[in-house]
Design a protein around this ligand. Sequence first.
Ligand SMILES: *Cc1c(COP(=O)(O)O)cnc(C)c1O
Length: 502
Amino acid sequence: MLYNSTENKNEVVSASQAIAQGISRDGGLFVPQELPSYSLGTLKEFLALDYKGIAKRVFGDFLTDFTADEIDDCVEKAYTAEKFGGSNPAPISYQKYNGNNLNILELWHGPTCAFKDMALQILPHLLTKSLKKTNDGKDAVILVATSGDTGKAALEGFKDVDHTKIIVFYPVHGVSPMQKHQMNTQEGENVKVCAIEGNFDDAQTGVKKIFTTKEISDKLASDNMMFSSANSINWGRLLPQIVYYIASYCELVNDGKINLGDKINVVVPTGNFGNILASYYAFCMGLPVNKFICASNSNNVLTDFINSGVYDKNRQFYTTISPSMDILVSSNLERLLYKLSGDSDDITREWMNKLRTEGKYEVTPEVREAVMSSFYGGCCDDEATKTTISEVYKQSGYLCDTHTAVAVAVYDKYVSETGDKTPSIIASTASPYKFSKAVLSAIDGDDNLPDNEFDMVEKLNSITGVEIPAPLASLKDKKSRFSDVVNSDEMDEYVLKTLGVE
Ligand SMILES: *Cc1c(COP(=O)(O)O)cnc(C)c1O
């Protein structure tokens, strides 16, 4: 299977090149030229497989320049019972809310308690094998600018992976105390964490500058190293997300909730549009899906796009209690537009250029119709998010995090508006303990909040009895290993010094 750029069809690469390169030179994203097609017969075979078994089949169909042994190795290393707290890394929890079934797909049982582990636990293995195929064995240096979750998930994924080093930069005042502690206590011989004086944009600009400074890349190359990226537009992060939609469908069938061939709805709390796009690819491959419900917080640029066909990022940015969805440019939407415009690189490039220059574009009536017929867009603010956390807890005893609660609130609205009772999968993207402050205040009110993050975790646990995930429980006693802080204009120097390159 070959891949081409959404903005230039003549740019054609192998799977390993797409993963090693991350983004196309023209600025477009890599997409498979055609998708594998899974009949009901194939899905029936999948019913007998476990998560890893399904993952191996799906990866094998997309990564055709990997050997079966290489794929086995990646999957076995990534989804261990030890890392994911059991043999099924993505279990479904069956709950009821306002008279409807909530089938909650828990994607946060990995080492950092957020769904990004589902992809970032396997990406390092896919990437090192891809680099070996395409770049004669140079060591990969991963640079990450993070506003919280991605940095920690990338550190855990790349920790002690041979032939890789990872350096994470975060804004010194821009992450939560829990996120900071998660990163600064990171173990591993090949990891480094550094705060920068500045905001997330400064960190990201600094990283981009290092990536594109030829002098620095040349210095690395002479020491047999090269930069690479773990960011969310890499095909190697999207592909692993297709797997859990197929696996969870099989789980619904095996649990007797639906019959093979029945349609489901998919509900996803959305930021960069990666997670929901993966479910759409699964649908294009044959998974029976009726509707994709795209849930946003107050940063509702996607809700407006789905309802109007106009994408307009020129609007107020809100800092919310679901921070991983505080995004105004949903990068992976580009891949959907490419698909819905009939694989047109010209049209996609035109819209993306408008986004880059004017911050706004409008799709054709045909594409708007296609979007609306598959997707439902809805949003909810912080207050409704908290009410949902509290109501779900009261009705079912189930504790959701702030991002998952946005999905539940929008799903609830969708069902009341449409009366559509199709069985649904709701993607749950983080452990409630990762956002203890907001969850605790939703359940217990704002008056008696402890001022320390770990005390909040314990209070939430003592009120609800919901188990604290082991990686968060053990964090309190871990020693901080990193305390470097640099100015954003010193990041390049810092990288060279860390790598021991003169
Ligand atoms: C990254 C993230 C999201 C958004 O996922 P996208 O793939 O960017 O749409 C939602 N919830 C949590 C907890 C996340 O970390």
